[in-house]
Design a protein around this ligand. Structure first.
Ligand SMILES: C[S@@+](CC[C@H](N)C(=O)[O-])C[C@H]1O[C@@H](n2cnc3c(N)ncnc32)[C@H](O)[C@@H]1O
Length: 285
């Protein structure tokens, strides 16, 4: 039984009736962007081929990456070679559809990280590897608890969008430095607080996985925090840009893109998660 404080979004009995199955139509060259702002039901490997070349500003994704687990009808394989071949198929298509000044971010666990790195290298310029220190993770009896996730950041060229000021981090100033006239140097004093906005690093320790009491939480088993996707979208896209996620899951990328006034588009292969994502999007203002 769920507690009244539990805000988790679930798929309920009648939801399938309320949320129709959208399938991405064939896109003609002359078509305007009326296929934007939808999550489509289907297999990314097939559907991504319909998207025009150089049409997407930002790709943010979190593929079904556990080599040891199976995601229902998801096309993930338990074999490393098969997994690499499968990733090559969608990553090469991501390279085709991404604009010249666009960026791609791929979230991945340590086991599959080197596979993603080697494929990304073939198609993009790798700009960074971000480490997200999650505060949750299963304990292990004979191993170290897995508390990290890699987020690979790559671009098509060296001329790419990066809105540094939107993602600077507020930091308390411990030793406030003043100039000759006694004015603060590179810091701000407000309501008795001394702080500065610093450049964000590639180690992210301030983002928690969604908990059951948070309104963003859904029943999807590997949901990403909105704040994490928000940081990526703010840095690497502008309003009205198109953000694409081939593996939408509970729809986090679409929800955050919508909140930040970006266009979005993506796919989900599991009907239950597809409906979950549609429901979550319908609750997003
Ligand atoms: C790691 S989860 C993504 C979670 C998502 N970032 C979120 O915040 O909810 C990966 C998702 O990809 C879906 N998936 C697996 N293979 C797929 C495919 N070939 N095409 C589209 N979706 C697929 C799975 O059903 C799963 O929901």
């Amino acid at each position: 039984m769920t507690s009244t404080r539990n805000k988790t979004i679930f798929v309920e009995k009648n939801d399938a009736k309320h949320f129709p199955i959208f399938r991405l139509p064939a896109i003609t060259e002359k078509q305007n962007n009326d296929f934007f702002n939808k999550i489509y039901f289907g297999d990314s490997i097939v559907e991504i081929k319909k998207l025009p070349t150089d049409s997407v500003d930002l790709i943010v994704t979190d593929p079904p990456y556990t080599i040891r687990r199976n995601f229902g009808s998801g096309t993930i394989s338990t074999n490393e070679k098969k997994f690499a071949d499968w990733c090559e198929r969608w990553i090469s298509d991501c390279a085709r559809i991404l604009k010249q000044n666009g960026s791609i971010y791929i979230c991945i666990n340590w086991e599959a990280s080197s596979i993603i790195e080697s494929i990304l290298k073939k198609h993009f310029i790798i700009q960074n590897r971000i480490t997200w220190k999650r505060d949750k993770g299963r304990g292990a009896k004979k191993n170290w608890k897995n508390n990290l996730e890699d987020i690979w950041f790559a671009t098509k060229s060296d001329d790419y969008t990066f809105n540094l000021n939107s993602v600077k981090i507020k930091k308390t100033v411990i030793a406030p430095y003043v100039d000759k006239s006694g004015k603060p140097k590179d810091w701000i004093e407000k309501n008795g607080e001394k702080f500065r906005y610093t450049h964000p690093s590639n180690i992210w320790t301030d983002l928690v996985v969604p908990f059951w009491s948070m309104p963003e939480n859904t029943e999807h088993p590997t949901q990403k925090p909105e704040k994490l996707i928000e940081r990526i979208i703010l840095a690497s896209s502008n309003e009205n840009d198109l953000v694409f996620d081939p593996f939408m899951g509970s729809g986090t990328t679409a929800v955050v893109a919508k909140k930040l006034k970006r266009n979005y588009l993506g796919f989900e292969i599991e009907k239950k998660f597809y409906i979950l994502a549609q429901k979550r999007l319908s609750l997003t203002k």
